[in-house]
Design a protein around this ligand. Sequence first.
Ligand SMILES: *Cc1c(COP(=O)(O)O)cnc(C)c1O
Length: 353
Amino acid sequence: MSKFLSNLYSSLEAYTPGEQPKDKAYIKLNTNESPFPPSPEVVKAINDDVINDLNLYPDPEVSMLRTAIAERFGVNKENIFVGNGSDDVIAFSVMAFCGRGGRLACPDITYGFYPVYAQLFGVELTEVPLKEDFTVSIDHYKNFECPVIIANPNAPTGLMLSLTEVEALINQNLDRLVIMDEAYMDFGKASAAELTKKYSNLIVIQTFSKSRSLAGLRVGFAVANEEIIRDLETMRFSFNPYNINSLTLRAASAAIKDKAYYDDCIDKIIENREETKITLKEMGFKVLDSKSNFIFASHPDLSAKNLYEELKNRGILVRYFGKERIKDFVRITVGSKEQMQKVTEEIKNILKG
Ligand SMILES: *Cc1c(COP(=O)(O)O)cnc(C)c1O
């Protein structure tokens, strides 16, 4: 730390992304990316015309992409906010609706970026414990008047609240904001996006990084009522109105329109997920009922840290958190059929000792 860093940030603990080692070719099942390439339409969209126009600033209104996303969700462009990854969207939301002296509530076991943003923006965070079985109990949020953020399906558990439960959470207090982080919802198929037409205290956030095979492009978005979107736009125009570059604009617009391609990828992942759950259970694992593109599992005879290390030695990366309550678990991203066969085969070998 240099002597110039503001005191505000002297104790800031930055987010630790999943490792992306380059020492050898790994089977990457540690950061929930898609094993499939993006839609062929994405490749076509990044054409010479777009590249030749890179001397110009991109459209700060992000109109083309907002319109394309709005069409998909049956809402207006004014109901869509776009960010450089959904992390960007979450950051703007925490900044706008909790910032400096405000408060935020989220589960104790969830996406690791929420506490970091809370700290960065001077927000007091309350971590609400998940139940013993790792599910979210909406009853625990009844008395919170501050904004609530919940990943649904939750990470790293993969467990999902039903749409009925989400609507009940929203209805607990219509003067309180509920932020649903639906990074994995395409694999759970119970999005609350439709509810944004009915409730003005709801923000639904999704990403192109997981189900849409575009983690490297960096795009995420929010669906909400017009006033909320205008507030987020005020934040964005006060920070970086050009957070979506011209290539991203084109590529992501093409991706969101190719529903057929992605539906097919999503179905394959769900099939692989369900098969892998069964295989792991047969091997004696405790497997949470994931509705996402990863599986959270623990084994009574195998330390999770050991399993993580053994798999890494064998060229397979999974995620190990080593955090209280979940230190017996590894999180395995659901990849292609071949990748899942390979990982379960190696786990069998490790179990044999
Ligand atoms: C991966 C993930 C994100 C961030 O995704 P980006 O769009 O790549 O920034 C947000 N929330 C959760 C719960 C995630 O797992």
